[in-house]
Design a protein around this ligand. Structure first.
Ligand code: ADP
Length: 265
């Protein structure tokens, strides 16, 4: 469904005749287009909070100057918009850092159970505030994987945070770890971590595009929840760097399961 793009060079030979070279530039063209789209998206994402901030600053300098109540409220909104920009810049930096190191193999041995326990502890206050219960189930003992600890922390932080954000109040978010002897797309024995929520679920039409940068099922809802639209793109890149796989299963109205499969050795 995509056009093929050629670059053509024509060279005249000294004794007559010409040589035409056709270069297939379809892929370069597609990469260029992706980059342009990305820059346009980033600009848009930054402009939205900036426009809001400038609007409130103007109002505070003018009409609302002496209105203490309005000032209080506007400053609250301005702080939230500034925080949104901070999160966006943080996620953009993460993404570019992950991309820059994508070819290097992670070296440290990491205990996955310890890592998951500490990610859950970090997210517990947020889960409590939403009335969501977090549980960790599965294989006993230490589960060692060769990985970049900070990056894996980010993977499970993003996935569990999404499960809490898009999960239903009063319902469980379950993280299950299991060992598995063979997984499609992963070499050798593997560890599988499933993050399951009982939230709204995702319509299957969205699944193939979910890990694209800035792709959201519901932009308004994502913004309201403080999302940047980059969380799953970051997850996908980190999992790829670990030669692993991200599998998404979801049933509308029942909930979603995001599974990360990592090679054991
Ligand atoms: P965001 O910052 O918007 O949460 P993500 O990249 O983390 O960005 O996720 C992309 C989109 O995928 C979200 O906007 C949301 O629509 C959808 N999504 C992610 N996780 C879940 C989930 N557990 N349940 C339902 N929808 C989800």
């Amino acid at each position: 469904g995509q056009d093929t793009v050629f670059e053509v060079t024509v060279n005249r030979l000294p004794h007559g005749g010409v040589i035409c070279c056709f270069f297939d530039m379809t892929e370069q063209e597609a990469v260029g287009q992706l980059r342009r789209d990305f820059v346009a998206n980033v600009s848009h994402e930054l402009r939205t909070p900036l426009t809001a901030l400038l609007g409130f600053i103007e109002t505070l300098q003018g009409p609302a100057r002496d209105d203490a109540k309005a000032r209080e409220r506007f400053l609250g909104i301005m702080a939230r918009e500034a925080e949104r920009m901070t999160r966006l810049v943080r996620d953009l930096l993460s993404l570019s850092r992950v991309e820059a190191g994508e070819r290097q193999r992670p070296q440290s041995m990491i205990d996955l159970r310890g890592l998951l326990t500490s990610v859950q502890a970090t997210l517990r206050p947020m889960a409590d505030a939403q009335g969501v219960q977090l549980e960790l189930k599965g294989a006993e003992g230490a589960l060692m994987v060769r990985a970049d600890g900070d990056q894996l922390t980010q993977v499970f932080h993003n996935l569990i945070e999404n499960a809490v954000k898009y999960g239903a109040p009063g319902k469980l978010v379950t993280v299950t770890v299991s060992r598995s002897m063979s997984e499609p797309g992963v070499r050798g024995p593997a560890l599988r971590v499933e993050v399951r929520d009982r939230g709204e679920g995702i319509d299957p039409v969205h699944l193939p595009r979910l890990t694209e940068r800035f792709y959201r099922v519901d932009t308004h809802r994502s913004r309201e929840k403080g999302g940047t639209g980059l969380g799953l793109a970051i997850v996908k890149h980190i999992v790829n760097r670990h030669r692993g796989r991200l599998v998404i299963d979801s049933v509308k109205g029942e909930g979603s399961t995001f599974s990360v499969v990592l090679p054991l050795s």
